[in-house]
Design a protein around this ligand. Structure first.
Ligand SMILES: Cc1cc2nc3c(=O)[nH]c(=O)nc-3n(C[C@H](O)[C@H](O)[C@H](O)COP(=O)(O)OP(=O)(O)OC[C@H]3O[C@@H](n4cnc5c(N)ncnc54)[C@H](O)[C@@H]3O)c2cc1C
Length: 339
């Protein structure tokens, strides 16, 4: 266990915001985590579990304890007919795991290539991209209760996954530290190329192999999304709103060209980025907070923005989308601190 005091959060959030934390504890083993939560060790509340900080907006200094799970190791667990089970510690970088599965010839996670962050946050958020959601591959999630230090294993059903959400973001928020995630992957790889320009991008590379799908996804992402190492951002700031078919049809009558997608719930998903662009925000900049010039769903820090600057901009965007489309945008990024 490593305990650091008065630590800058700048390297720990992809917006690159310069705030301080009182205490940061790096835990490397379940034994260490248990000792923190079963009362053996004392620490200052509130608690924030932090992975790669790629889905968080800090709006001020954090006066409490930041827990950084550093559980490493990718493990091959078992081989079951056409499938394999693999697991990864919460501290493993997500894309390192995806790269490994592609190298091993295990299909499933390739469409989720290039997403920043660590394995521990993946079930919290139920990450998704290019027609794929991680919930379809997770078999179970091993956790430690932050209230008594006991191990609890959540089955896929118990995680109650939804669009960019799970039980860990709702009723059990902050109550469990994810330590290890288990995935069921395919030995008979079936490419999923139905999303946008993915098929053409793979075609340009040759056969639809696991490796080519991964390269294609990374190429598309690099063209569309700003690199947080260059411009601070946390990917999509808002979720794509899901509305009833009736509301969707009404909107389409007023706004020709409104992109609509089928949602597994039977409702329709709207493209939040398109709506934000229609409100004139694409490429907008207020001091150092801005809306990315290629992707209106991504808010950026050009260098010296504060968390409040970015939050205020996001509120202006939310209000203008509500005024124009009568649709509420919900944040995908988690705001931490007072606003
Ligand atoms: C350029 C860019 C592109 C992105 N593209 C996508 C995309 O295509 N699809 C997508 O879904 N997301 C995307 N994201 C968002 C982000 O990468 C994901 O949400 C990612 O899973 C967050 O991981 P993290 O480790 O950085 O989590 P953090 O931001 O550190 O934490 C996110 C939440 O998870 C909790 N948490 C983290 N680790 C644990 C743990 N071990 N136990 C319990 N709780 C934990 C935190 O407390 C917090 O509530 C993108 C972000 C960026 C910057």
């Amino acid at each position: 266990m490593r305990i650091c005091r008065n630590i800058s959060l700048k390297p720990y959030n992809t917006f690159g915001l310069e705030y301080m934390a009182d205490t940061m504890i790096h835990v490397r083993t379940e034994k260490e985590a248990k000792a923190l939560f079963n009362g053996e060790l004392s620490w200052k509340k509130p608690l924030l579990i932090l992975g790669g900080g790629s889905n968080i907006l800090f709006t001020g200094d954090f006066s409490g304890t930041i827990l950084f799970p550093a559980f490493s190791r990718i493990k091959f667990e078992e081989h079951k007919n056409e499938h394999v089970i693999v697991s990864a510690g919460a501290g493993v970088e997500w894309d390192k795991l995806v790269e490994w599965t592609v190298r091993m010839g295990f299909g499933g996670l390739e469409n989720l290539s290039g997403i920043p962050g660590n394995v521990g946050a993946v079930p919290v958020q139920n990450i998704g991209a290019y027609g794929s959601e991680v919930k379809d591959y997770i078999t179970k999630v091993r956790t430690i209760s932050t209230t008594d230090g006991k191990v609890r294993v959540f089955s896929n059903d118990e995680c109650r996954f939804g669009y960019r959400t799970s039980v860990f973001k709702k009723s059990e928020k902050g109550k469990y530290l994810v330590t290890r995630v288990y995935f069921k992957l395919d030995l008979n790889f079936k490419p999923n190329l139905n999303y946008g320009s993915l098929n053409e991008e793979v075609d340009r590379l040759g056969q639809p192999t696991l490796r080519n799908v991964r390269i294609a996804i990374i190429n598309i992402r690099q063209r569309k999304l700003p690199d947080p190492k260059v411009i601070g951002n946390a990917g999509s700031f808002f979720k794509n709103p899901v509305v009833s078919r009736i509301v969707a049809e009404k909107l389409l009558k007023s706004f020709a060209g409104l992109p609509l997608f089928d949602d597994p719930s039977g409702n329709k998903k709207l493209a939040a980025g398109w709506m934000i662009e229609q409100c004139g925000w694409k490429g907008w900049r207020i001091r150092d907070a801005g809306v990315h010039e290629k992707q209106a769903l991504v808010l950026v820090n050009y260098g010296n923005a504060t968390g409040k600057d970015i939050f205020d901009l996001s509120e202006k965007i939310r209000i203008s989308v509500k005024d124009k489309f009568e649709v509420n945008l919900e944040r995908e990024v988690e705001v931490t601190g007072t606003i």
